[in-house]
Design a protein around this ligand. Sequence first.
Ligand code: SF4
Length: 73
Amino acid sequence: MSRELEVEVAPTCISSGYCRNFAPDVFGAKEDKKSYVKTSPVVETPRLLEAFESCPVEAISAKDAATGEEVFP
Ligand code: SF4
């Protein structure tokens, strides 16, 4: 069964847009082009994990919504 994840984007985001390309349903762009999380918690999917891994500055973090366990990074 898939887990639900609490996702956060840190202020260190450099507006690359990669996470939004991989998971546009989860990540949106603010006026300054930095990403924000549109909806959380979200169901863990391979595509979502690709979005996390795409971030060049490791600005994305995620925890298991049920247990609080750190899932990413
Ligand atoms: S991949 Fe990282 S740096 Fe790029 S927009 Fe997303 S959070 Fe920001």
